[in-house]
Design a protein around this ligand. Structure first.
Ligand SMILES: [Zn+2]
Length: 446
C-alpha cells in the first residue's frame, strides 16, 4: 500500500499542516505568524469546507468555528480539535519535528512530526471527512459545528470562547467529540482485543500556590532555629507527598459493563462484580502503573519553587506551585481543603486557576450510539471502552452543551503513545487514513 498511501492527497495535506510550527509556549512567546499561516493554509487545503460552511473566528482569531447547517432543527454535534502543539526543542528526534518526513514502516509508511498524534491528525481528519461528504452532496440531519483551538496546550481561551459562542446561541448537542483515548491494545486488564478508549470524563486540574512569609535579612546570620521561609515551605511541600485517599472513579461502572463480556477469568469476574471486588480492583490499580495509580487518586505535584532573588538574601517569602489533578468523583474544594490541612495554618494556600473534574458523559444515548456505530463500521472488531482521562482537554469547556466524549479514532501502539509531548511523535499512515473513515462514518450518523 505504501506507494498509493504516499501519493494520497490527504497525507499530503496533513504533511503541509505538520510543517507549520504552531508551538504554544507558556511564556507567551509564540510565533503568531505561524498560527496565522496555519489558519490560512487550512482554507487553501480545504476550500470546499471553508466556502460551504459558515466560518467565524473567536478569541482574537485563535479559534476557528464552523457551522455546517443541517436539514432540520434538533440537537447539533460538535467536533473539536486543537492545532497548537507543545515545543519540540528537546534533542534526539530521529526526524526533524517540523519536516513531516515519510519513512517506510514494514508494509506501511510512518509520518513523523510534532502534532502527528496531538492533535493536527484530528484537525485534518475532521476536515477531510467533511470535505469528502460535501463532495457527495451530503447534508447532515442537524447542525454540525467544527471548532479548532490554537491554545489548548497552554490551557488557553479559544475553546472556552467557542463554547461561549455556542451557549449564547442556545446550541444543544447530542455529542461533543474532542481528543482523548486512542485505539489501543493491552491497556485494559483481561482484554486482548483492540479497544477504543473513549473518555467519559477527565480529572479536574488546578494550579495552587503555597506561600510562606517571614522577615528577611542577610543570609550570613539566619535564625538560629533554622526556620526560614524556605525551610517552612520545604516542610509544606514534603507534607503534600502523603498520598491522598483512593476513590473508585464513577466512570468505572460503565467501563466494567462494556468490558465484562470480553474479559476472561478472574478479571472478568471482577468486572462483573465491582462492588464485591472493590479492594482487589483498587489494589490492582494502585500497584499497576503510575497511570492506573493516578486514576484512583487526587494527585498533588509540586512543579515550581521560588525563593530569594539572590544567593545571599533570606527571602521575605517563598512559594511553590502545586499542579493539582482532582480525581473523578471528588471536588476541587475538598482537594484544596486537604492541602490546607496538610500544610497547616502558617502556609498561605491560593487557587490560581482550576476546576472540578468534568461531569461523566453517559455510555448510552444517541451521541454514544453514533460513536459506537461509526467505530463498528470503520474499525470492525474494536471494543468501545469508556474510561476517565488523567489529562485535561479543551472538551471540558463544553460542559452543559452536550455529553463530551474524548477519543482519537487512530490506532496507536504504546511506543507511539510515548511520543505524546516527547520526541519522535509519529503516526502510521494506514492508522491515519482509517481514522478519516471513522469521522466520515460518524458524520453520516449525526
Ligand atoms: Zn492535545
Amino acid at each position: 500500500m505504501s506507494d498509493a498511501a504516499a501519493d494520497d492527497p490527504a497525507v499530503g495535506r496533513l504533511r503541509a499542516l505538520l510543517r507549520i510550527p504552531t508551538v504554544s509556549r507558556i511564556d507567551g512567546s509564540e510565533d503568531r505568524a505561524a498560527f496565522a499561516r496555519f489558519r490560512s493554509t487550512l482554507r487553501e487545503l480545504f476550500p470546499r469546507v471553508f466556502s460551504g460552511l459558515e466560518v467565524e473566528t473567536v478569541a482574537d482569531d485563535l479559534g476557528v468555528l464552523l457551522r455546517w447547517p443541517g436539514r432540520s432543527p434538533g440537537d447539533a454535534a460538535v467536533l473539536m480539535a486543537h492545532y497548537d502543539v507543545v515545543p519540540a526543542d528537546e534533542p534526539g528526534w530521529s526526524h526533524p519535528p517540523f519536516a513531516a518526513e515519510l519513512t517506510p514502516d514494514g508494509d506501511d509508511l510512518r509520518l513523523w512530526g510534532r502534532g502527528a498524534i496531538d492533535d493536527k491528525n484530528a484537525v485534518a481528519g475532521v476536515l477531510e471527512a467533511v470535505d469528502a461528504l460535501l463532495g457527495e452532496g451530503f447534508v447532515p440531519e442537524h447542525d454540525v459545528w467544527l471548532t479548532f483551538g490554537g491554545d489548548e496546550e497552554v490551557m488557553g481561551h479559544a475553546a472556552a470562547a467557542a463554547a461561549a459562542a455556542l451557549r449564547e446561541r442556545g446550541v444543544r448537542a447530542r455529542l461533543v467529540l474532542d481528543e482523548g483515548g486512542a485505539i489501543v491494545q493491552g491497556q485494559f486488564p483481561g482484554i486482548t482485543e483492540p479497544t477504543a478508549a473513549i473518555g467519559l470524563s477527565e480529572k479536574g486540574v488546578a494550579a495552587v500556590r503555597l506561600s510562606v512569609h517571614q522577615a528577611g535579612g542577610h543570609s550570613a546570620h539566619p535564625p538560629s532555629d533554622g526556620r526560614t521561609a524556605v525551610t517552612r515551605l520545604a516542610a509544606a511541600v514534603t507534607a503534600l507527598t502523603r498520598p491522598s485517599r483512593t476513590v473508585l472513579p464513577p466512570v468505572l461502572p460503565a467501563m466494567f459493563a462494556a468490558l465484562a463480556p470480553h474479559a476472561r477469568g478472574i478479571v472478568g469476574f471482577a468486572y462483573r462484580h465491582p462492588r464485591l471486588m472493590r479492594p482487589l480492583l483498587l489494589r490492582a490499580m494502585r500497584t499497576g502503573s503510575d497511570e492506573t495509580a493516578a486514576m484512583i487518586r487526587t494527585t498533588r505535584t509540586v512543579t515550581q519553587l521560588r525563593g530569594a532573588a539572590a544567593a545571599n538574601v533570606l527571602p521575605e517569602s517563598a512559594s511553590a506551585i502545586v499542579n493539582l489533578r482532582v480525581a473523578i468523583g471528588e471536588r476541587l474544594d475538598d482537594a484544596v481543603d486537604d492541602i490546607r490541612r496538610l500544610v497547616g495554618p502558617d502556609v498561605e494556600v491560593e487557587v490560581l486557576t482550576g476546576g472540578d473534574p468534568a461531569p461523566i458523559s453517559p455510555a448510552s444515548g444517541p451521541g454514544w450510539e453514533a460513536l459506537v456505530a461509526a467505530l463498528a463500521s470503520s474499525h470492525p472488531g474494536v471494543l468501545p471502552a469508556p474510561y476517565g482521562m488523567l489529562g485535561a482537554t479543551d472538551g471540558r469547556h463544553f460542559t452543559g452543551i452536550g455529553p463530551v466524549y474524548r477519543f482519537f479514532p487512530f490506532e496507536l501502539s504504546n511506543a507511539e503513545l510515548g511520543g505524546l509531548h516527547a520526541i519522535d511523535e509519529s503516526i502510521r499512515v494506514s492508522s491515519y487514513l482509517r481514522g478519516l473513515r471513522f469521522y466520515e462514518e460518524l458524520l453520516r450518523r449525526l
